[in-house]
Design a protein around this ligand. Structure first.
Ligand code: PGA
Length: 253
């Protein structure tokens, strides 16, 4: 069975002290996770080592970087490589978040390179996709997201894609308080899975966790995560509040 994942995306928020308190509090909510359920903390680079240490001995909770560079190593001042992340035992890397695509011009091709490097170093990508409001209004969201997936993932082998994690995040729902309805989420998640099945077959497509992101909160998580093709969420704002994120963790299937 594919993993059900509650991933916290802190973005550029919280001090180290605030972040450690939050993780400490939330770890109390992870004791009854079953073997299919995971919690991931995507934290700022400088906190990765500390947060990873706090997770020692917990088999259901993982740490993620929010990005990594698309080169293996070298003279790229200020950048962080997959090899560096691996050397501090990072588990996941969020790639292609819409904020990175928008503010840092990350293209599907560049993301394909980042994915390759992460896989080479044994890091698990959480690949983000999702359409802007104009695309949703024009009704072309399925083909837009399909193209993002094809251009960044379709060069991978079935073996590399088995158990992969994708986050579908409609840009119009990120940080806006406007969530996709559970029907809208299910519809496009099922479409994404069908696109994956058409190239890789049902077994691979069914192994892939497809998270929903965009204004997930305690009040809507259960309904969204309850959809058959929604395997948890990538959560921004609500992941910064212990009680909210604890309730989101409890909403995992
Ligand atoms: P949000 O962010 O939950 O604050 O909408 C989600 C994300 O950007 O991953």
């Amino acid at each position: 069975m594919r993993k059900q994942i509650a991933a916290a995306n802190w973005k550029m928020n919280l001090t180290l002290q605030q972040g450690e308190l939050l993780v400490e509090e939330l770890l109390k909510s992870t004791h009854d996770l079953n073997e299919n359920q995971q919690v991931v903390f995507a934290v700022p680079f400088p906190y990765l080592v500390n947060v990873k240490k706090m997770l020692a001995g917990n088999n259901h909770v993982f740490v993620a970087a929010q990005n990594c560079y698309n080169k293996v190593s070298g003279a790229y001042t200020g950048e962080v490589s997959a090899e560096i992340l691996k050397s501090i035992a990072v588990d996941y890397v969020v790639l292609g978040h819409s904020e990175r695509r928008e503010y840092f011009n990350e293209s599907n091709e560049m993301l394909a390179e980042k994915i390759n490097i992460c896989i080479e170093y044994g890091l698990k990508p959480i690949f983000c996709c999702g359409e802007a409001l104009e695309i949703r209004e024009a009704g072309t969201q399925n083909s837009f997201v399909e193209n993002q997936i094809k251009e960044s993932l379709f060069h991978l082998s079935a073996e590399q894609l088995f158990g992969f994690v994708i986050a579908y995040e409609p840009i119009w729902a990120i940080g806006t308080g406007k969530t996709a309805s559970s029907e809208q989420a299910q519809e496009i998640h099922a479409y994404i899975r069908s696109v994956l099945a058409s190239k890789y077959g049902n077994e691979v497509a069914d192994s892939i966790s497809i998270l929903y992101g965009g204004s997930v909160k305690a009040a809507n998580a259960k309904e969204i995560f309850g959809q058959p093709d929604v395997d948890g969420g990538l959560v921004g704002g609500a992941s910064l509040m212990a009680a909210e994120f604890a309730a989101i963790i409890k909403s995992l299937k």
